[in-house]
Every structure is written in C-alpha cells, then in structure tokens.
Design a protein around this ligand. Structure first.
Ligand code: DPP
Ligand code: ZN
Length: 877
C-alpha cells in the first residue's frame, strides 16, 4: 500500500466537461455506459501522457473512442486503473462496465439496501461505478439516464432536474435527470426502488419555489415530518445568516437502511442513513430529534460549502467538513439552547477528538498524507476543523466573518479550492494577517495552556500570564506557537462581571474580553480592577485546548454558581468532578479510603437545590465526565479502577443527595403529549439523570427500581423509556431482564429502535455484559452487514471500558474476531471498529500485551484491507 501525499498533488492532466451516464439496473449485471467529452488540461504540468482513469471492482465490457471501438487488448487494465495510450487532445470516450449491486457489501459505489438501489460515492466510490477521473478537482456536467424494471423500481432518481421519463420494452421504464451545476464525481447519486414521497414546498428569499421531497419505504411514511420541518428551518437560516439561497427547483432526501456514514450531500439528492430522517415520539428520543435537525441542516448547508465550492483534493476535506460542522452547530445553537449546544459539542470534542489527537492516529486538520482517505473522515477533520472556523469567527467577530464568507463565495463559486484559499478570503475581507493562525491547519495535537494570575492590591492591577505548549505527535516532534482567541471574564466577589469597569487594551465582546494569544507566553494586564477577581477563563470554550487546572476548588465552585457565561458554569462543574474522580482513583490505587471532597459535594448539593430554568443545563452539570474523557489524564490506564472510582463518586452523590434528586425528579414531570421544546426536553433529561443516580441505591431501596419500571411503563415517549432502560441497565436482576425483554418484544420489527436496545446492553457495566453481547451477536435482528447494527453492538462494546478491557482479553478477542470477519465485507466499517485498539500503549502492562498481540494478528490477516492495515500499522508504529 502506497501513501498518497499532499506534496505530490498535480493538476489533472485531462478534464471532463460533460458526462452522460446510462444505467440498466439489475441486481447482478447492471450495465453502466459512461459517455464523456475529454480534453487535455491546458494548465497541466504534462501535455502528452496517456489517459489514466480510476476504476475498482469493475468489469470492462466495451470501450469506444470517438465512436470507434477499441480492442480491450490495446489498453491496460489493472485492479485500480484503466490506461489508454496515445489519445488525442480532445475526444469522446464511451465506456461500458458491469457491476453487481447485490454483492456490494462495502456500501461504496452502487449497491442495494432493503431492495433499494442506491449509491455512495464520497470519497472514492464513483470509481466502483465506472472508470473516471475520480478526483474532486474534475468538475463535469452530468446527465443520468436510469433504466429499471417498473414494478421493482417505480421511483428513479438522480441529481438535478428530471428532463424525460417513459416506458420501455420488457417491463422496463426510464428517467433522465440533468444537473446543470458542474460537480465532482463524489457528489453523484442515483436511487431506484419502491419508495413513497412526502412533499412540501419552500419559497426562497428571492421568491423561487422549491419542491422538497423525502423518499422512504411506505411503512415509514408517517415519520418524516420532523425532517421536513428541519429542512425548511435550515433553508431559511442559511438565507438569513449567510445570505445563501438554494439553487435547484427540487431538493430530495432519501432514507437508506444500510449506510456507512450519517448522510451524504449529493447535489439535489441527499442520501441519508434512515436514523437521521425517521422520527416519531413513540420511537425516537429527544436526542434523535435534535440529531436529525442537525444532520439535515449539515447536508443542506453543504450545498454551498462543499458543492458550489468544493475541495481541490482530499487533504482539504476540512475545507467543507469543518466549515459545515461549524455552520450546523451555529444553526442548532440558534434553534435550541445555545449553551446546551456548546456543551454537547465540547463534550464530544474532548472525549473523542482530544483522544485522537493524543494517540498514534493524530493528524492535522489538513493532513499531509494518507493510505486510505476513508480513514480520514475523523473527529479531527470534522470537529477540530469546526473549532478552527469558530476561532476565526471569534477573532474576526460575526460581521467581519460574514464579509469574509461573502468574499469566499464570490471568489470561488464553481471552483475546487484549498483551505489556504478559504483563509485568504477571510484575511482579505478582515484586512488581517492570519499567517500564524494557519498553523492550526498543519499542526496536530491539543495545545495545553498554563495560566498564572497575579493580583497587585496596591495598584489594583491584575495580570494573567498564559503559556502554550503543544505535545509532540507522530511525525511532528517540534511544535510552533498558535494564534488563539481567549474569551475571558473577571468575576467580582458578588459574582458579577467586572469587565466594564476595568481598564485594558483588549476588545470587549459583551461581558467578555477578547485576549489574543500568539506567543509561547504572554502577559495580559488589567488596571483599575476594584478587587481581586475570579477569572472566568476560556468562555464558551473559545479555543480547542486543555487548560491545566489553576483555580482552587472553592473558586471553581464560585464560577459554577455565578458566572454569566453558562458554558463556563457547566465547565466548572465538569472540571471539579474530574478532579474529584481522579483524586479518588489515586486513593483507590494506593489502597487508601476514597472520600468525596466536601467542596464538591456542597456545590452539587446547591445545584440540586437550585436548578436553573434551563433544565437541560442542570442535567448536564449533574452528569459526571465520561470515562473516555477521564482516562486521558492518566499516565497508565487501568480502566477497571477508573470505572470503580467514578462509580464510587456517583454512588456517594446518589446517597448524599437522594432526597434532592427525588424532589427534582418529581417536580419535573413532562407533559403527556410530546413537545420538542427546551422546557420539555429539559424535564425529560433532568429526570433521566436523576434516575441514573437513584437507581444505584436500588439494592437497599427497591422502590427506586420501581420508579424506573414505572417510568418505563407509563412514559409516553421513547425518551422516557430509554431514560428508564438506561438507568436499569446498570443493575442486573429480574426487573432489568423483564423490562429489556418487554422492550424487545414490542420493538423487534423496528430496526432503529432495536439499535438502541443493542447499544444499551453493550454499554452496560453490569457483570453479565460480555455474555449478553456474545449472545446478541446471534440475535435475529443483528447483522454484520448493517452498519447501524455493527456500531450499536460492537462499536459501543469497544467503548465499554470495563468489559472491553477485561483482564482476560476476552473483550479484545470478541471485537477482533468480528473485525476480521467484517473486513472483507466492509473495510471502511471494519477500520472504524479498530478505534479502541489504537491507544493500546496507554494501558496497564497486561492489557498492553494482549492488545499488541491482537493488533499483530489482525495485521497479519491474509487479504487485509488498506483501511484496516493503515490503522494497524499506525497503531504499532
Ligand atoms: N456525508 C458526509 C458528511 O456530510 C461526508 N460528506 O459529512
Ligand atoms: Zn459533511
């Protein structure tokens, strides 16, 4: 396997302007005819080379050049290319290939899912449909003709506008679609099958009518309303906030059961994992509803950030993904509680991106090499990428940022560009030098900030010194200083903001001050500060960094109670909890008695007694940091001890605060009819958190278990049912079994609900989890061929720190065996499952050895995919 390198990038030697695709669909033996106009690229480095087209898993049937048949003996066909020598400067090429959708288990290219023909071409799936210049900087106009049996496939869809349709012989019919916008091949899509459509309309700001359609199986007809409402909200928001209108007459979404990703932004024809379309209150949780809103918006926003302006090469993936994640986060913050949204985004970043950035797969937001691009659809490209855009937004301020975006759209519409082009547009609009800021794109690793404060009482001067350091990452031993925005507040002893009263040269943003850190170390000086302030540092998490703890627990508790920045209130609770759990762990390891810090207990006690109006915020502040987050602070991870320490803290809190939690629970009953309002979502999530604590007292207090059972039986929404199930999953016993069985019986024919049932069991710390997971692998509703199932059961099990890391190694074995089974079927998904092995070096010696052995074993598999090989080799390097 040869790495692909950014420095090897060359403009394409040929360009394709027009492409006419004809599909004659069959489960096996689909014929694809691709007819294209090809010319040499005037700006290529080389002007006389052969034509090389990418192609994989294709059967070449026929080739015609300028309408003359070429003998297949006269061309060179390898496993990944078709090479034609001596081509003219301009010519027409017709290629006929044969593919077998029914046998395509990789779910890349053209495949079948629940009897629907569909495609997934990002990043490099188009080359599994026909030989092509399958790279994002080749933009062509596509016309797609689909021919299929009318009965099996009454619906035939592709990108753009429908221009012709009709009947044919032998029970076949056809449809012809034309996409007026030139696009790269990764945005191509086709769908054919027996689907119903839900239709609506959107009138754009300039008065154009757009038909909106969601296509699903008949049985799901009534589960599309929320997706449609979300789409319309997203379309309006993009007009209002970014001035971006939709550009075709039709916007289609199709829900697919088997999908490697969340969704795909193909021009005018989005394909979605059904999980991000279908919802009703009976079967979907509040989290599902919010996720659907976010993903629908994300794919819609890609129409401008991704489709109209696309990536020059795949190293620039964050150009569209980081930016579009930032836009969908902004959208969700506007639609719901901004503070809750920010907390959720940061939790995810800390748990997964920080972990990636500290391990052997660490890579910059713009990587400089890869073996398999599918392995680079990562939390770094997406979520750290979004943080990079957020920092630009913070540094420039919303108005200037918007001017920069306008300039970006104006300059590059219709082009395939780089991250440098993007930053240049912002820098030009802002008239600022962003050279140092660009280090964020090329440097991996999470920076650590050290903060020291100095208070001069005599001169009323307060100095904050901030130092930055980024740890070495693979291939990058030395790190440059970064340019980052630090939003801070100064709290007075009454808890109020002092910012307005102090004298300092820093830009004011409401109650916040904007400090710009550019050097390795800098002093920030505030004068005329009336009293020693408590620093509210990094408000809203204005930069993706780790801040070394610098405040006393009393100060943290003060921030938690008083800060005007709601994010920082939560973050104070989070850091306090982290410190307390790690302290207990240290005691546990030293065989000392664990104790709960009274400052922390007092702070949580106050929180439970004084819930804020935004109940979701209280719920979030009550949740302890995940093990996935906590373990990052450890030199050597003993996951079982960590779990015990965290469990101890949770159990102690439950015991000491039982009355308060019970009151919170009873005071916050949601209404009987489902409404997706902040108030109702807050009530449901607060009650779920309370139950999650209280159930731990169930051994002595049976009535608390009954409370769970009651909520499960009486709760009118899936959110309440899952809240109860998730709490009960922690306490093995007859009641748990009864309720899990009941749930299974009720939902066995709804695959999305069964995903939840699998996931809850795979995540459980209960002693019988390993045996259950093993049994569930043979459950009739489980299938290695369905990515949602694989993620729910095996993906979640890999994150189960107690059971995956069982000292016997049986958890490792269970996952490794399934990875080896899955790799030949779906390498992309198999590689994802490798994730829990990647950081093997951080664990205790016995675990380390077991995981290393497993990695070597997987790496030695005959016929290993490039996807899995890349993860194994980087992990062992
Ligand atoms: N479909 C994936 C996303 O939207 C890849 N583009 O992020
Ligand atoms: Zn995306």
């Amino acid at each position: 396997f040869q790495p692909i390198r950014l420095i090897d990038y060359r403009p394409p030697e040929f360009l394709i302007d027009e492409l006419l695709l004809t599909f004659r669909l069959k489960q096996r033996g689909t014929l694809v005819q691709a007819s294209s106009m090809i010319r040499r690229n005037p700006s290529a480095d080389r002007r006389n080379g052969p034509l090389r087209l990418c192609g994989e898993q294709l059967q070449l049937v026929e080739l015609r050049l300028d309408d003359r048949r070429i003998s297949l003996q006269d061309v060179c066909v390898t496993d990944w290319e078709l090479i034609i020598e001596n081509v003219p400067d301009v010519f027409k090429l017709q290629i006929t290939t044969r593919v077998d959708p029914e046998d395509n288990t990789a779910l890349s290219g053209l495949y079948r899912s629940s009897a629907i023909y569909c495609t997934q071409c990002e990043a490099e799936g188009f080359r599994r449909i026909t030989y092509f210049l399958d790279r994002p900087d080749v933009l062509a106009r596509y016309t797609t003709r689909i021919e299929a049996p009318q009965e099996e496939c009454p619906v035939l869809l592709a990108n753009g506008n429908l221009v012709a349709a009709g009947e044919m012989d032998d029970g076949f019919h056809f449809a012809e679609w034309q996409d007026p916008f030139p696009k790269p091949s990764y945005l191509f899509a086709l769908v054919a099958g027996d689907l119903v459509k839900i239709e609506d309309e959107f009138v754009t700001a300039s008065g154009r009518r757009v038909t909106l359609q969601i296509y699903v199986h008949e049985r799901n007809r009534n589960k599309c309303k929320h997706a449609m409402v979300s789409l319309k909200k997203a379309m309006r928001w993009d007009e209002q906030v970014y001035g971006r209108e939709y550009d075709l007459d039709q916007y289609m979404i199709v829900a697919v059961d088997d999908f490697n990703m969340g969704a795909m932004e193909n021009k005018g024809l989005n394909l979605f994992n059904a999980k991000y379309v279908l919802a009703d209150p009976r079967s979907a949780t509040d989290q599902d509803y919010l996720a659907i809103e976010g993903v629908i918006a994300h794919e819609y926003f890609h129409n401008w950030t991704g489709n109209r302006i696309t990536c020059r090469d795949w190293f620039q993936l964050s150009l569209k993904e980081g930016l579009t994640v930032f836009r969908d986060q902004q959208f969700s913050a506007d639609m719901n509680s901004a503070a809750v949204q920010r907390i959720e985004d940061v939790r995810l970043l800390r748990q997964f991106q920080f972990r990636e950035d500290a391990g052997p797969m660490a890579h910059p937001v713009r990587p400089d090499q890869y073996l398999e691009i599918n392995n680079f659809y990562t939390v770094t490209i997406y979520n750290k990428g979004a943080e990079v855009i957020r920092m630009l937004h913070t540094l420039l301020g919303p108005e200037t940022f918007r001017r920069g975006m306008d300039l970006y759209f104006q300059r590059h519409d219709g082009q395939a560009v780089t991250c440098d082009d993007f930053v240049a547009a912002l820098a030009d609009a802002a008239d600022r030098d962003l050279t140092r800021f660009k280090h964020w794109y090329v440097q991996a690793g999470t920076p650590r900030l050290t903060v020291t404060e100095q208070w001069d009482e005599r001169h009323c001067t307060y100095v904050v010194t901030v130092a930055q350091a980024t740890p070495a990452t693979p291939g990058q031993p030395d790190k440059l200083p970064l340019h980052l925005p630090l939003l801070v507040g100064l709290l007075g002893s009454d808890g109020g903001d002092l910012a307005a009263r102090v004298s300092c040269p820093y830009e004011r943003r409401g109650n916040d001050l904007l400090l710009e850190l550019k050097e390795v170390q800098q002093d920030f000086v505030f004068r005329e500060v009336p009293e020693k302030p408590v620093l509210s540092f990094l408000r809203g998490f204005s930069a993706p960094v780790i801040v070394n703890p610098f405040q006393s627990r009393e100060e943290a508790a003060f921030v938690m109670q008083h800060d005007s920045d709601l994010f920082n209130r939560w973050d104070a609770a989070f850091s306090l909890a982290e410190a307390v759990i790690l302290e207990c762990l240290a005691k546990l390891v030293a065989a000392e008695t664990m104790e709960l810090d009274p400052v922390y207990l007092e702070a949580i006690h106050y929180l439970v007694g004084h819930p804020t109006d935004d109940r979701s915020l209280t719920a979030l502040a009550l949740q302890l940091p995940a093990e996935n987050h906590l373990l990052q602070a450890l030199k050597q991870i003993d996951p079982v001890a960590l779990h015990e320490a965290r469990r101890f803290v949770k159990q102690e809190l439950a015991g000491r605060l039982a009355d308060g939690l019970l009151n919170l629970y009873h005071d916050n009953e949601p209404s009987a009819t489902y409404r997706l309002t902040g108030d109702q979502v807050g009530r449901r999530s607060l009650r779920a958190v309370c139950l999650d604590y209280l159930v731990l007292l169930g051994e002595e207090q049976q009535d608390l278990l009954e409370l769970c059972a009651h909520q499960y039986r009486q709760g009118g929404t899936m959110t309440e049912k899952i809240g109860a199930l998730s709490a009960l999953a922690q306490v093995p016993g007859a009641l748990r079994d009864e309720i899990f069985d009941h749930f299974e019986n009720q939902w066995r024919s709804d695959p999305l609900v069964m995903d939840k049932w699998f996931a809850l069991q795979a995540a459980s710390p209960a002693a019988d989890t390993y045996d259950r997971v093993k049994k569930l692998l043979d459950h009739p509703a489980f299938s290695l061929k369905n990515p949602n199932k694989v993620r729910s059961l095996l993906g979640v099990f890999g994150q189960n720190h107690v059971h995956f890391h069982h000292e016997s190694g049986r958890g490792y074995r269970l996952l490794a065996d399934r990875i080896c089974q899955l790799d030949p079927l779906n390498p992309q998904l198999a590689a994802r499952l490798m994730q829990p092995f990647v950081t093997w070096r951080r664990y205790t010696k016995d675990r380390r050895q077991l995981m290393e052995q497993i990695l070597q074993e997987i790496g030695g598999q005959a016929g290993i995919s490039r996807d899995v090989y890349e993860i194994v080799s980087k992990s062992l390097a």
